[in-house]
Design a protein around this ligand. Structure first.
Ligand SMILES: [Fe+2]
Ligand SMILES: [Fe+2]
Length: 174
């Protein structure tokens, strides 16, 4: 059974993952508006990943006989000055989420909640990848700089990203 404080913190993280999905969906809309459809596809996959993260928290709270309570999702920004600005925001956002996950891990230790601690380890690893994915694109956009041809090629490359449902979803739904 989840303790109140832990339950509240997990519900907050569920909300933060929904916000992440909303933020990336907004970035997708921005990229579509400037015809960078490959960048937009990359963001759609990112949104799907965040919805998967939210679902993991949702399932875990239920699995622990807790109570999921949904709160309103903040409105994300709707426009950015450049593809670089959007991806810098994405990287910054992932760094924030990493600190949220780290705080949750700290709380699970304080509360001696070993099951939650084990559950959170997946997210600790995932955040390494999330930061790496976004910072890599930031660096690549910087590399191509103002060159339109470079941006075009990068757009094609990012457009190849597909969402593969991690097998962990089956585990948390079982
Ligand atoms: Fe996430
Ligand atoms: Fe993320």
């Amino acid at each position: 059974m989840l303790k109140d404080k832990m339950q509240q913190a997990l519900n907050d993280q569920l909300n933060a993952e929904m916000y992440s999905a909303y933020l990336y969906l907004s970035m997708e809309a921005y990229f579509r508006s400037i015809s960078l459809n490959g960048f937009a596809t990359w963001m759609r996959v990112q949104t799907q990943e965040e919805l998967f993260h939210a679902t993991k928290f949702y399932n875990f709270i239920n699995d622990r006989s807790g109570r999921v309570t949904l709160k309103s999702i903040d409105a994300p920004p709707t426009k950015w000055d450049s593809p670089l600005a959007a991806f810098k925001d994405a990287y910054e956002h992932e760094q924030k989420v990493t600190s949220l996950i780290n705080n949750l891990v700290d709380l699970s230790l304080e509360e001696r909640d070993h099951a939650t601690n084990t559950f959170l380890q997946w997210f600790v690893t995932e955040q390494v990848e999330e930061e790496d994915n976004t910072s890599t694109v930031v660096e690549r956009i910087k590399l191509v700089g103002e060159a339109q041809g470079g941006l075009f090629l990068l757009d094609q490359e990012l457009g190849a990203r597909t969402f593969t449902q991690p097998t962990a979803l089956a585990e948390t739904q079982a």
